[in-house]
Design a protein. Structure first.
Length: 202
């Protein structure tokens, strides 16, 4: 199977990576649709005042995009939702400049300190993508396997695993993962249809 085919059938998945995360999820984060897990296992939601604060910080974030120094200031001064987006934008900016080690360090540091489980999972996944872009990921990282059961990002983790295996020439292993995606009741139709398309091309 050609690399061009892989790129084509994975386009929707690729679009959900760092570059477009904000466009897809900003209203969920700013509006409070992403729940913050409470210590008791329940959920709490952003108050209207917190939403207004996040909206103000978002305006600052928009003006800082692409500027690592400005993004560092946003990261230091913002609430977790906007801080998270600033970390992703900083990682993307560093990747665009081929500063892969710095991008990885940014994501690892954030993942280690944030208490938000969704943010931690996405930062961990994004760090795998940085390694793939840098060409340093040749086997499936343990961190990635740990995300396969994630309700929020399991589909992306599965597709990333498939991509790594195919790039390593491990086609049979990739087929096994694709079969797991197709029968996984927790994954959406988008991932299943993409998995079927990739498998047909193998």
């Amino acid at each position: 199977m050609s690399k061009e085919f892989i790129n084509e059938v994975n386009q929707e998945i690729q679009d959900e990576k760092i570059a477009s995360f904000w466009q897809k999820f900003k209203y969920a984060i700013i509006g409070g649709a992403v729940a913050i897990v409470a210590g008791t296992g329940g959920y709490s939601w952003y108050t209207q005042n917190q939403i207004r604060t996040l909206e103000t910080q978002n305006a600052v974030l928009d003006s800082a995009r692409g500027d690592v120094n400005a993004l560092n200031a946003v990261i230091a001064q913002s609430a977790d939702g906007v801080q998270f987006l600033a970390v992703l934008d900083k990682a993307k900016t560093l990747m665009d400049d081929k500063k892969y080690a710095e991008a990885s360090q940014t994501l690892q540091a954030y993942s280690a300190q944030t208490e938000n489980p969704l943010h931690k999972q996405y930062a961990t996944l994004a760090n795998v993508w940085v390694g793939m872009r840098a060409g340093t990921v040749n086997t499936v990282p343990a961190d990635l396997d740990g995300l396969l059961s994630s309700k929020a990002f399991g589909g992306l983790a599965y597709m990333t695993k498939v991509e790594i295996l195919l790039q390593a020439g491990q086609v049979e292993d990739a087929k096994t993962v694709l079969d797991s995606i197709i029968v996984n009741a927790d994954l959406g139709d988008q991932f299943k249809s993409t998995a079927r398309a990739i498998k047909l091309g193998l």
